[in-house]
Design a protein around this ligand. Structure first.
Ligand code: UD1
Length: 330
């Protein structure tokens, strides 16, 4: 059966750009919508880029119609947790309100499938350090809340229309394209793997460990680090699932096991062959001690098979990308 085209919002960003490459490699027709406020034109390697905002109804509705879009993959969002705490309305506007406008346009244009980029931040601080899809949602920052509100809109829209969706709750995304074409280029990065790799290539003087007194095996925070290519593949699996008639669902994307900050830093030192300048600092407000996915459902429901579940591979691709960025900054 001939499938319609796919609109990828935020396709010039870190995760969206990796998804676009995989969709194109599978021969899909793709259009990227990105306002380039945080994304990069050069991250869009193999698809037309429309520069515009998801919340701009007058731009989005004709775009959906012009390209006969039947699937939207929605990545466009602000994702910096501390920024969301300082500027909550920016996050509710750009993430939640824009998603509402996008959904309204999707209904008017007859879009059938919607894949939504959600986050483990919807869980807040789960009691056991693990979160299953059935774990109560209780975000502790505006970023997590802005995404959870979007999940709720999707749920209600799907219940009252023909649109079906998969919402994917990402755990800690890291790594870069294994072919070295793209990676995370965000300035002033705060994510651990990227920060540590920047330190390893000399872009920063060192890296801080935020908290060494957590109730975890080595006292530092534990997270479920996930390679961006495996995460991207989950979106293609979600697309296949929706096209074959799967019902709307919300799924964790993680490997189901975690690493501590010290283990991540040790992996970066191994990959770089140098010692990092590591400082021990107090806990960062709002950080859960441990956040790891219960991630059986995505395997059984979507048939997702991660290929890069290995901390050294994640770190190696991140480091190679950081070296490349240093030689040729974006
Ligand atoms: C958070 C969000 C996640 C969001 C991501 C991007 C939650 C629960 N998760 O992930 O949804 O996508 O931010 O903004 O809100 N660390 C250090 N030193 C550093 C940086 C981090 O020790 O320089 C530690 C943190 O304390 C934490 C771990 O490393 O234990 C991972 O932190 P980070 O990479 O910032 O991601 P999260 O905060 O887990």
């Amino acid at each position: 059966m001939e499938h319609g085209s796919i609109l990828v919002t935020g396709g010039a960003g870190y995760i969206g750009s990796h998804v676009v490459l995989q969709l194109r490699a599978r021969g899909e027709r793709v259009v990227v919508l990105d306002d380039l406020s945080r994304g990069f034109r050069r991250a869009v390697l193999d698809a037309p880029l429309v520069v515009g905002k998801v919340g701009d109804r007058d731009g989005v509705l004709p775009l959906l119609r012009r390209h006969a879009i039947d699937t939207v993959m929605h990545f466009a969002a602000y994702t910096i947790v501390p920024e969301s705490v300082r500027e909550p309305l920016t996050y509710y506007g750009n993430n939640t309100c824009s998603t509402r406008t996008l959904l309204e346009c999707c209904l008017e244009a007859g879009v059938r499938n919607f894949v939504f980029s959600s986050t483990a931040a919807v869980y807040g601080i789960p009691a056991e350090g693990f979160a299953a899809e059935t774990t109560a949602t209780s975000p502790i920052n505006a970023y997590g809340t802005s995404k959870l509100m979007s999940e709720w809109m999707l749920r209600d829209v799907a219940a009252s229309s023909a649109l079906r969706y998969v919402a994917l709750r990402y755990f800690n995304v890291a790594g870069s394209d294994t072919a070295g074409r793209i990676g995370q280029a965000t300035p002033n990065a705060t994510l651990l793997v990227k920060v540590a790799c920047e330190a390893a290539v000399g872009k920063r003087s060192g890296v801080a460990i935020y908290g060494t007194d957590y109730p975890t095996p080595d006292g530092t925070g534990v997270r479920d680090y996930l390679h961006v290519e495996d995460l991207a593949a989950a979106h293609l699996d979600a697309l296949t699932y929706l096209r074959s008639g799967g019902s709307s669902t919300t799924l964790n994307v993680g490997y189901g096991h975690g690493y501590s900050v010290r283990e991540v830093l040790a992996a970066v030192e191994r990959a770089a062959g140098t010692k990092l300048n590591v400082r021990e600092e107090p806990r960062r407000p709002g950080d859960p001690p441990s956040l790891v996915a219960r991630a059986e459902r995505i395997r059984s429901d979507l048939g997702w098979h991660p290929r890069l579940d290995d901390l050294d591979t994640i770190v190696r691709t991140s480091l190679e990308w950081e070296r490349q960025l240093k030689r040729e900054p974006w």
